[in-house]
Write a protein that binds this ligand. Structure first.
Ligand SMILES: Cc1cc2nc3c(=O)[nH]c(=O)nc-3n(C[C@H](O)[C@H](O)[C@H](O)COP(=O)(O)O)c2cc1C
Length: 328
């Protein structure tokens, strides 16, 4: 049966899927536009971009689609507020934020009438987010790519959050690769939608080097590992020579750090530089963030085809009405 739409503070995604924000130009307007056109929420990764570049990319996306376009900005960024204000000025529909917790962002959201969506990994932060005025909450588990706030799987951390978040949409994120899992999260676990990122790296429209996509396609289960990030959180990435060297304790720090990106950086390595390398195709020395289930995906597809498959699969098993049940 048809999946319900996802309504966040009046912004309606006709298909309840948010494309996860991916910083350093992995998810730009090139990806967000087709996602929004397909009825999902297209997300531009704002962290690591100069505020002016982010502004222009949001303007481009907003001019190209009538769908919903959001920006993802990590609280850990030094220029968090500049990026937020630049996004609001460019006409973004909503701001999604995580990797740290900002109370001030809710004040900015109220002042500018911009919905704030929080990414959390615990019931306590989810509850606090709702209390402070979040328009929706995304629960992100250890299967996700990039920085992680938990070592627990989605099906373990989602139910306690569902218990406490009752009045705003609750989105499940981490390791979802197909429409069957989407329907499971919505039907059995009571999610109002899902956020998916790695599947969209393997889309034709994702504007990164082919080598990055090939590294995803070649990845086996054991090639997707945990590693450290200078942000001070663990990260999930492909186990390439750079990650192997770092995990082995070799010195991978950069000697020419301009110290402009993170509020607090332990200088283990330059994350902006390494993510950029990966995006440009240096898959030996770059940091290739990846979800835990990337190895299950073996095709690069157009965004519209990803949506078609998710819709077909999810609707073949979705039975509306079960929704949230304390007994599952
Ligand atoms: C390449 C890559 C970059 C990411 N960058 C960010 C980011 O900048 N901010 C953020 O909140 N999440 C980031 N994430 C996490 C995703 O937005 C998403 O929540 C998560 O990957 C979902 O799991 P999945 O990839 O298994 O679908 C990133 C993930 C990947 C794979």
């Amino acid at each position: 049966m048809k999946l319900p739409s996802l309504n966040i503070a009046g912004f309606k995604a006709t298909f309840p899927l948010i494309q996860g924000g991916m910083s350093i130009r992995v998810s730009t307007s090139a990806l967000a536009i087709p996602v929004a056109n397909c009825g999902g929420i297209g997300v531009i990764g704002g962290s690591g971009l100069p505020p002016e570049e982010l502004h222009d990319d949001i303007k481009k996306a907003k001019a190209a689609t009538d769908g919903v376009v959001a920006v993802n900005i990590m609280y850990a960024m030094k220029d968090f507020y500049q990026l937020v204000m630049s996004s609001i000025d460019a006409g973004i529909d909503m701001i999604i934020t995580g990797a740290g917790f900002s109370r001030d962002i809710f004040k900015i959201g109220r002042e500018h009438n911009i919905p704030i969506v929080m990414i959390v990994s615990s019931a306590a932060l989810a509850k606090l987010s709702e209390k402070l005025g979040a328009a929706a909450v995304i629960v992100e588990s250890k299967e996700a790519g990039g920085h992680l706030g938990t070592d627990k799987p989605l099906r373990e951390i989602f139910p306690p959050v569902r218990e406490v978040v009752r009045n705003i949409p609750l989105i499940a994120a981490g390791g979802i690769t197909n429409g069957f899992e989407m329907a499971e999260m919505m039907d059995k676990y009571g999610a109002d939608g899902v956020q998916i990122a790695s599947r969209f790296v393997l889309s034709e429209e994702c504007d990164i080097a082919d080598e990055f996509k090939q590294a995803y396609l070649n990845a086996k289960k054991e090639d997707i590992v945990l590693t450290s990030s200078p942000v001070g959180m663990p990260g999930r990435a492909l186990n390439n020579p750079f990650v192997k060297a770092m995990n082995a304790g070799e010195d991978v720090s950069t000697k020419k750090c301009p110290q402009v990106c993170l509020k607090k950086c332990d200088h283990l390595y330059c994350i902006t530089e390494r993510l950029n390398m990966a995006r440009e195709g240096n898959i030996q020395e770059g940091l290739i963030f990846s979800g835990e289930n990337t190895y299950k995906m073996k095709e690069i597809l157009p965004v519209a085809e990803i949506f078609r498959q998710f819709k077909e699969q999810a609707e073949s098993m979705y039975k509306e009405g079960r929704g949230f049940s304390p007994s599952f």
